[in-house]
Design a protein around this ligand. Structure first.
Ligand SMILES: Cc1cc2nc3c(=O)[nH]c(=O)nc-3n(C[C@H](O)[C@H](O)[C@H](O)COP(=O)(O)OP(=O)(O)OC[C@H]3O[C@@H](n4cnc5c(N)ncnc54)[C@H](O)[C@@H]3O)c2cc1C
Length: 450
């Protein structure tokens, strides 16, 4: 079978690998493969400027990496913990809870917030109902939990504040627990989170892992083992059905099947002649942009003796005045294999849904803001310590927004596509933005298509 795959990001390359017994052509608009996975050659070695970790407990992903012969390339993070910057101070992340939603009072919060958590007022919950995570937690615990912690944590994953994210799409286990508890009457967040915490088995290993030489090991291996013909710098602008199959702009010939592995708004455009209904629904999925500035400092201690904290990273509270960065990953402390290199790697991240100003800022300005923010938060003067290397990576439309209508939207797209033969659509917009989710969905749609 002749199959065209549009997009050589993780989803497209995984689909290409899964369909390796067929004649596969991958069409990629960019001059490189990998999409939101991008490993850049720093002097000390390859360094990721897009995704930098995956959830290790996803055995399906680990098994897949083993199948690709990449098991030995996986490395664990250190045991250090992240910090949160709020109220002008660095704090340890409160232990337990669910993505910053506590089951009980924590030193991290004010007395008034702790009072609300301890004496939470039960609320009516309709099983199956959905709501924005931010709205629910504001209603039960107040703004402090959302603005100081929850949005910082969720923002690190989705580039959105908690108010822009749906409960069922981003914290499904909490939605399910509320559904379950609602059978006995009004529910509380604290009881739901406590029940989730008590059901957790102690972690057998680290929660995350990464690839020693960066995610390029993954995307290059997928490309190679897929045996697909990959065309770079090939922007696809439309797909049409003919009596013999499909024609794809930018590619010669006719294809029996087409896989759309592009971000949702692009897929909406490309699929419009094949499934106008799916195209219309896909337009509802909006994207959040972000920018990562990677630094290699000569040292983690500046000449005045100020040192970067002994932590994996720093999350900045969403409502913190005067700070524009949303997070700093202290990569050389987070990943022992990076800590062995000369210098000290830090990734500064900016940008949340609805606010692209920083993503569009001049590189020099971004670098200045990152260095100033880091100094304000930690005292560490990066300029004085010595900036050896800088890499700025803008991610326009980097992540789809999983709001409280997202699951319904995806279900509607899938329903529309179920009636369209020979076509599949996949990518981070479908069933999770995390690397294991993107892989699992791409494999599934590829298997179903062949
Ligand atoms: C900054 C950042 C950090 C992240 N960190 C993590 C992390 O640590 N852990 C984790 O699990 N996940 C992380 N993610 C999420 C994860 O990286 C993504 O969800 C995943 O890589 C998306 O893969 P994809 O194939 O769906 O999309 P993409 O990577 O966007 O691939 C789509 C491809 O389609 C191409 N394309 C677009 N339009 C066209 C066209 N018209 N014609 C041809 N080709 C086209 C694009 O150039 C691109 O290569 C992060 C994401 C970002 C942005």
């Amino acid at each position: 079978m002749k199959i065209a795959i549009i997009g050589a990001g993780l989803a497209g390359l995984t689909a290409a690998y899964e369909l390796r017994d067929h004649e596969v052509t991958v069409l990629e608009a960019d001059g490189r493969i990998g999409g939101k996975l991008h490993t850049v050659p720093f002097k000390g070695g390859p360094t990721d400027m897009g995704a930098e970790a995956f959830v290790r407990r996803r055995q399906d992903a680990v098994e897949f990496f083993r199948e690709l012969g990449l098991e030995d390339a996986l490395v664990d993070p250190s045991d250090k913990r992240p910090r949160v910057y709020t109220g002008g101070k660095l704090h340890f992340m409160p232990p337990g809870g669910l993505m910053g939603i506590p089951a009980e009072p924590q030193d991290f919060f004010s007395a008034a917030t702790n009072e609300r958590i301890a004496n939470e007022v039960p609320f009516e919950w309709t099983p199956g109902h959905d709501v924005s995570v931010g709205a629910l937690v504001r209603q039960q615990y107040g703004d402090e939990v959302v603005d100081h912690l929850l949005s910082a944590l969720l923002g690190g994953v989705y580039s959105c504040v908690a108010d822009d994210l749906g409960l069922r799409a981003t914290l499904p286990m909490l939605a399910r627990k509320l559904d379950e508890l609602a059978a006995d009457g009004p529910v509380t967040l604290s009881a739901a989170v406590a029940a989730i915490e008590s059901g957790r088995s102690p972690a057998a290993s680290h929660a995350f892992a990464t690839f020693k030489d960066g995610f390029k090991d993954l995307y290059e291996t997928l490309a190679e083992k897929s045996g697909a013909e990959i065309h770079l710098d090939t922007f696809v602008s439309g797909v049409t059905r003919t009596k013999d199959g499909f024609q794809v702009t930018g590619a010669e010939g006719t294809f029996d099947r087409v896989v759309f592995a592009t971000p949702a708004p692009t897929t909406a455009r490309l699929i419009s002649k094949v499934s106008p209904e799916a195209a219309q629904t896909l337009k509802d999925i909006k994207l959040a942009s972000s920018v990562v500035v990677g630094f290699n400092f000569a040292s983690a201690i500046d000449p005045a003796g100020n040192s970067l904290p002994d932590a994996t990273g720093i999350l900045v509270a969403a409502d913190e005045p005067g700070i524009q960065a949303k997070a700093f990953t202290l990569s050389s402390r987070k990943w022992p294999h990076l800590g062995q290199r000369e210098g000290f790697l830090v990734r500064a991240s900016f940008g949340r849904f609805g606010d692209d100003a920083l993503v569009r800022a001049e590189e020099d300005d971004l670098v200045d803001i990152a260095l100033d923010d880091l100094k304000t938060i930690t005292g560490f003067d990066g300029r004085a310590a010595g900036v050896e290397e800088i890499y700025t990576q803008r991610w326009f439309g980097g992540l789809p927004r999983y709001d409280h209508t997202h699951l319904e939207t995806v279900a509607a797209v899938e329903e529309s596509l179920a009636g369209v033969e020979g076509v599949a659509a996949t990518g981070a917009w479908a069933h999770g933005v995390g690397i294991p989710d993107v892989i699992a969905h791409a494999r599934k749609v590829a298997r179903d298509l062949a």
